[in-house]
Ligand binder design. Structure first.
Ligand code: ADP
Ligand code: MG
Length: 741
């Protein structure tokens, strides 16, 4: 690809975020419930109209204009060819690009980004972009490409790598000059074909659902970001300039308002974190559009930091706002349309990324060159080795012939030596060959990752198909231009009304002015309505925020209370001295208790290979054989010597005799109280209470037989007991207490 083509595609320096809206069809449930359709989509003009279902025709339809709008009949292919295709082409020229799907849960964000799996015609933007990228590369000439992907998820302000095995590990954001914001240690996979990259996506999606208890719930609350980085360089030009295009494909969390009020503790934290990224995104968009404040709050959330370049920076950006057509979604749909309408005004400054600092392609190229050098060096050495012949020892030739007896033996020695040398040489050569083969394999493996047109990728599409694709592209482009023209025409018509101020007759003037008045009045009404709606929305947001703030304040107060009452002041101060704020992370951390720079002194190593330090005396003793096991070592062998006792047995306190007597009285064992179930009247309490249980048992034993005999008499007497009143009042045992009365 020549430089001019790059320059031509470099595009304008200032480019607005493209906003397209897609309205999904009514689903079966909505149809069954008989919900009304309140959204009208006009693809030819790029206009969406929405009617308030609560207002019986009094309120006018609200109308929004976008770069493109897609109705229920729109196909995945149409949307891709018209919006995403040109952006992906730019990525292949070295631009950054972002496509994100925004909208309420269930409106088709995942459908737009990923599509439904089994049907190829239902493939979403991500899968189609893979096809486009690899098809493009396969047709390129004299170019080398390296494609790698990463897949991450942001859930409750924590970044997780969807391609890593460790699902619990969270990742941090870093910023570096020349690279921008990136996720530290995020894994990335080099992909050689659309199939490979698809596999990566499915693995990531599977990981996404593993961590979630309820997949639907989880995916509607988390942001998934699929990143494709394409590095490219010319292979024939002398100076190999490397360009890099980065594509972020984002399926955002559902934009519906999460209820914050009433939640406390963990739930509050969760609720405030879920929508934090989305509200931060809204704030960033507002700040960018407003333009009054130079500070853009990118740092407020992880999502906005990752999207820093995509919003107002070096990137081409497309926002796909997804909406539902049914009446019960009216509020959310309107909010989404307003959000999208605001985003239209963001201006980006995309440029081709040349010579990036973190180019993996350069590393690969350099490594391949190094390995090739090594291989060449090995080949040279092998040749040298082969060139040196296995020769006889010169010294042996000078030997006297007369020493014939020795000669035979030296000859065989010589033979053996030569054979050994030969063997060694063979072995060396074999080793060399093995090493060279390994090197070659490594080089081939690395080169296979670098993609070149027509070489690595088998391009199945034939010329006809290519031509068809090209035509489809052209149609898409034309359609886009048509919508643009219509929008321009409408604008011109409006302004033309103001310009035409010469009229032939008075009646004509009246007609024109009435028409103009009507139009302006309608506009005034709709703007008034808009102001009212926006104020309402703003107030609702404010109420929510205030409620969240109150809850957080309460939480903070409790924490302060705990700190003030349960943590000693000096401990608190020590902690305060250790605590630091990490600007790059936006989080607090504690400095370690022991500074890192203190080197702990190591115990000296035992000298002379002994297990313990040994005295010279010990060493001599060992050598003289006067040793038993520890004699040579500095250990004193002494009997245990008991220490004199320093403690005494416990003796109770001295108690005054009067108190002692009182205590005795209080501790004295007393008779058990016997509570009888018999009626109060028939018992002589005083006498019975004083009778001990032992006495009563004795009595029972003695009277055992007598009692049985008299049982009939007793039963006859019982009637009398009930009827006769008690002669003396019942006596209860009295509390004695410690103090005598
Ligand atoms: P989200 O990701 O926004 O929560 P989904 O993409 O899961 O929503 O869509 C919800 C359902 O609606 C899915 O069953 C999907 O197939 C269907 N759907 C969404 N948009 C469309 C569309 N444009 N055409 C047909 N079906 C759609
Ligand atoms: Mg989804």
């Amino acid at each position: 690809m020549d430089k001019n083509k790059f320059a031509a595609r470099r595009g304008p320096s200032n480019e607005a975020v493209q906003v397209v809206v897609r309205c999904r069809p009514m689903n079966a449930k909505e149809l069954a419930n008989g919900f009304k359709k309140v959204v009208d989509v006009h693809p030819s003009r790029g206009v969406i109209e929405i009617l308030n279902p609560r207002d019986d025709g009094k309120e006018r339809k609200k109308s929004f204009t976008f770069d493109a709008v897609y109705d229920a009949m729109s196909t995945q292919e149409e949307l891709y060819n018209e919006t995403a295709h040109p952006l992906v082409s730019s990525i292949l020229d070295g631009f950054n690009g972002t496509i994100f799907a925004y909208g309420q849960t269930g409106t088709g964000k995942t459908y737009t980004m990923e599509g439904s799996k089994p049907d190829p015609s239902q493939k979403g933007i991500i899968l189609r972009s893979f096809d486009q990228i690899f098809n493009y590369i396969s047709r390129s000439k004299n170019m080398q490409y390296l494609v790698r992907t990463s897949y991450l998820e942001i859930y409750q302000e924590e970044i997780r790598d969807l391609l890593s095995k460790d699902r619990r590990k969270t990742y941090e954001l870093r910023e570096a000059a020349g690279i921008g914001v990136y996720v530290k240690d995020l894994s990335s996979f080099v992909c050689k074909s659309a199939k490979e990259i698809e596999h990566v996506m499915y693995v990531g999606n599977q990981n996404r659902s593993i961590g979630a208890t309820n997949m639907n719930d989880h995916s509607s609350r988390s942001h998934a970001i699929f990143m494709i980085t394409i590095e490219m360089s010319d292979t024939d030009s002398f100076k190999k300039i490397i360009r890099v295009g980065k594509l972020n494909l984002i399926d955002l969390a559902g934009s519906e308002r999460q209820s914050k009020t009433g939640a406390t503790g963990e739930r509050l934290k969760e609720a405030s974190k879920i929508n934090l990224s989305l509200s931060a995104l809204g704030n960033v968009i507002s700040a960018l559009v407003d333009g009054k404040n130079p500070h853009i709050p990118y740092r407020d959330s992880k999502l906005t930091r990752i999207l820093q370049d995509s919003l107002g920076g070096n990137s081409k950006t497309i926002m796909v706002a997804n909406i539902g057509p049914a009446s019960y979604n009216y509020d959310e749909t309107l909010t989404t349309l307003r959000y999208a309408n605001r985003a239209k005004n963001i201006k980006n400054k995309p440029r081709v990324n040349e010579d990036p600092k973190d180019a993996l392609l350069r590393e690969y190229q350099m490594e391949i060159a190094r390995l090739k050098g090594l291989l060449a060096e090995r080949a040279r050495q092998r040749e040298l080795l082969l060139a040196v012949p296995v020769t006889k020892h010169e010294g042996n030739e000078d030997k006297d012939d007369s020493e014939s007896g020795d000669k035979d033996s030296t000859d065989t020695e010589e033979k053996l030596r030569l054979m050994k040398e030969l063997e060694e040489k063979k072995e060396l050569l074999a080793r060399e060959k093995y090493a060279s083969e390994k090197l070659e394999m490594k080089i081939r493996a690395m080169e296979s990752k670098l993609l070149c047109g027509g070489k690595n990728i088998i391009d199945h599409t034939n010329e006809q198909q290519r031509a068809l694709e090209q035509q489809k592209q052209e149609i898409a482009e034309r359609k886009k231009r048509e919508v643009e023209m219509r929008q321009k025409l409408e604008l011109q018509e409006e302004s033309a009304l103001e310009i035409r101020d010469t009229y032939t007759t008075l009646q004509q003037e009246v007609d024109y002015k009435t028409k103009k008045l009507k139009k302006l009045f309608a506009r005034l009404q709709s703007i008034k309505q808009e102001i009212h709606d926006v104020t309402e929305e703003f107030n609702a947001d404010r109420r929510d925020l205030e409620a969240a703030q109150n809850e957080l304040l309460k939480d903070l107060k409790v924490r302060y209370l705990v700190i003030d009452n349960f943590i000693p002041a000096d401990e608190k101060n020590k902690l305060l001295l250790r605590v630091r704020f990490d600007e790059s992370d936006g989080s607090w951390y504690l400095l370690p208790l022991v500074p890192d720079n203190i080197v702990t002194v190591k115990r000296p190593v035992s000298s002379g290979g002994e297990r313990r330090p040994v005295s010279d005396y010990g060493r001599v003793a060992i050598r003289l054989g006067r040793s038993h096991r520890y004699q040579g070592e500095n250990i004193l062998n002494l009997d245990l010597e008991p220490h004199p006792r320093t403690t005494s047995d416990y003796t109770g306190p001295i108690i005054a005799p009067k108190i002692h007597a009182l205590l005795e009285e209080a501790m004295r064992e007393e008779d058990d109280l016997d509570v009888d179930a018999a009626p109060l009247s028939n018992i002589n309490f005083g006498a019975r209470a004083k009778q001990s249980r032992k006495d009563r048992e004795k009595e029972k034993l003695l009277k055992g037989n007598k009692a049985r005999k008299k049982s009939s008499d007793l039963s006859s007497q019982s009637g009398n007991f009930l009827s006769t009143p008690p002669s003396t009042p019942p006596l209860f045992p009295k509390p004695r207490g410690l103090i005598p009365k």
